[in-house]
Design a protein around this ligand. Structure first.
Ligand code: BES
Ligand code: ZN
Ligand code: ZN
Length: 499
């Protein structure tokens, strides 16, 4: 059914008052038409409209303004067999945009599904059936991501409607829900207050979450790290009373003995800056300085649930960065697992210190590729803001796979330089082989990446700096505010697509 809006009067969101109904609410999509002020219902919408003798389209026609992409309107009860009908806007079909490196149609579906869940939540309804808007997977993702809140420590919980697909539980819908849930798991870990998610508690939580999945988990303690010679990692944990941990997890479901993909995640469960202490404003956000650990762990969970035919290893060095009496002091020199010495001129540049040893350790798996993910530098936030994860890669081929993954998920990446220019800046240390900070101003994300490069022998290595995308304050409309769990879905897609 096509329609052209008549008067563009003051439109009200609630066209019809709610009556208590037994049936679940139903969400259907509305596209902008080619001509101004025209709209088209999706095929699922048309079907219900026919059932309701055109009542859906006629109510929309009479409702005044056009429904914008990502917004919703209550159509109300239109048929005794249907619950409350909610219409959501899909905008104009716009396809894949090369310049933007994004599939706008998939994004529109995520936004529409999210709007449907928001509508039903705001209306206080308990159950909702969402149509697939032509893309079951994206619909499942959007609906799941919108249906999240971190209210573990609140007496009053946010109501979360039960969401089901309008037609059937297709493989794609379930995959979308799985991906959305994995990202929500990463968000839970990131939001969790640091006193409730120490390195020890992180390990306990992960063991709990992986229960029933064929994932092998080894949780190593400080004495193991000492034996491995991880002097760089351990230099960070010295200032804290909480013992460090090193998680090694594997899901081996690919060709036997095929070189594994290794993901490494920065697991600083709280970053005070150490002796180079941070200012107190917004320091609480540093509870999410284990965003790398959270997203790689969530990726592993989704990969295991989906039983992808891959060999995947996930390494997570876990520690607090605190200014205790035994803490590393600026100017201290430590020795990393690969034998290189590091002058720690700034204890707040701790992420690279823990990743250095984890990257060296990753070499022992003879990996197909190594990706590390870290909330590493404020400079990354300055460079790209919340638009994309910054990626430094020694392999153009693998980067292209990651970039295509981001195009599909809408959680994009952008390539950054990994040049000797920056490496040289990190080698200017009066006391050691490397300095943990550059003494030349600017390019902080690039010098951090150049530092990490000194600790991997893998030919296909990528470093993902996720500091800019750590938090969502409205940039991704289908997610709501809070820690983002980005780029979990892109990592999953990369693992799936990599040959
Ligand atoms: N965890 C921070 C980086 C960060 C900042 C992540 C803001 C997310 C939001 C990291 O450990 C850090 O403090 N980096 C320093 C490095 C500097 C001392 C060279 C920074 O970016 O200021
Ligand atoms: Zn820091
Ligand atoms: Zn940090």
């Amino acid at each position: 059914m096509r329609g052209c809006l008549r008067g563009v009067g003051e439109s009200s969101r609630l066209l019809y008052t709610l009556a208590a109904g037994e049936q679940p609410a139903v969400v259907v999509g509305v596209h902008h038409g080619e001509a101004d002020n025209t709209f088209t219902l999706t095929p699922a919408g048309e079907k219900l409209d026919a059932l309701a003798s055109g009542e859906i389209s006629s109510r929309l026609l009479n409702s005044g303004s056009l429904l914008k992409g990502g917004s919703w309107r209550l159509v109300g009860k239109v048929h005794p067999d249907l619950g409350q009908v909610v219409a959501v806007g899909l905008g104009k079909p716009s396809g894949v945009q090369d310049e933007e490196n994004i599939d706008m149609d998939r994004e529109s579906v995520r936004k529409a599904a999210a709007a449907g869940v928001r509508a039903v939540t705001d209306l206080g309804l308990k159950e909702v059936q969402i149509e697939n808007f032509g893309d079951c997977e994206a619909a499942g993702e959007g609906a799941t991501l919108a249906n999240w809140a971190f209210d573990r420590f609140k007496a009053e919980k946010k109501p979360r409607p039960a969401v089901t697909p309008l037609d059937s539980f297709t493989e794609e819908w379930l995959n979308g829900v799985r991906l959305g849930s994995a990202q929500n798991f990463a968000r839970d870990l990131m939001e969790c207050p640091a006193n409730h998610l120490t390195p020890t508690l992180f390990v306990a939580e992960v063991i709990q979450q992986m229960k029933g999945l064929p994932v092998n988990i080894e949780a190593r303690d400080q004495s193991w790290a000492e034996k491995m010679g991880m002097g760089s990692f351990l230099s960070v944990s010295r200032g804290s009373s909480e013992p460090p941990m090193f998680l090694e997890m594997s899901f081996l479901n690919g060709v036997k003995d095929a070189d594994p993909i290794v993901l490494v995640g920065k697991g600083v469960t709280f970053d005070t800056g150490g002796i180079s202490i941070k200012p107190s404003a917004k320091m609480d956000k540093m509870r999410a300085d284990m965003g790398g650990a959270a997203t790689v762990t969530a990726t592993l969970k989704a990969v295991a649930e989906a039983a992808l035919p891959v060999n995947l290893i996930v390494l997570v060095p876990l520690t607090e960065n605190m200014p205790g009496g035994r803490a590393t002091k600026p100017g201290d020199v430590v020795t990393a697992m690969n034998g290189k010495t590091i002058q720690v001129d700034n204890t707040d540049a701790e992420g690279r210190l823990i990743l250095a040893d984890a990257l060296t350790y990753a070499d022992k798996f003879n990996p197909r590729c190594v990706l590390d993910v870290a909330t590493l530098t404020g400079a990354m936030m300055v460079a790209l803001g919340t638009g994309a994860t910054g990626v430094f890669s020694t392999s153009s081929k693998d980067f292209d796979v990651l970039s295509a993954a981001g195009r599909k998920t809408g959680d994009r990446v952008w390539r950054m330089p990994l040049w000797q220019h920056y490496t040289q800046q990190m080698k200017k240390s009066p006391l050691a082989d490397l300095n943990n900070i550059s003494l030349t101003p600017g390019g902080g994300a690039c010098t951090a990446a150049a530092f990490l490069k000194e600790f991997t022998s893998c030919k296909n290595w990528m470093h993902l700096d996720i500091a800019g995308v750590m938090e969502n304050e409205g940039a991704v409309s289908y997610m709501g505010s809070g820690m983002s769990g980005r780029p979990t879905r892109t990592l999953f897609q990369f693992v799936k697509d990599l040959q």
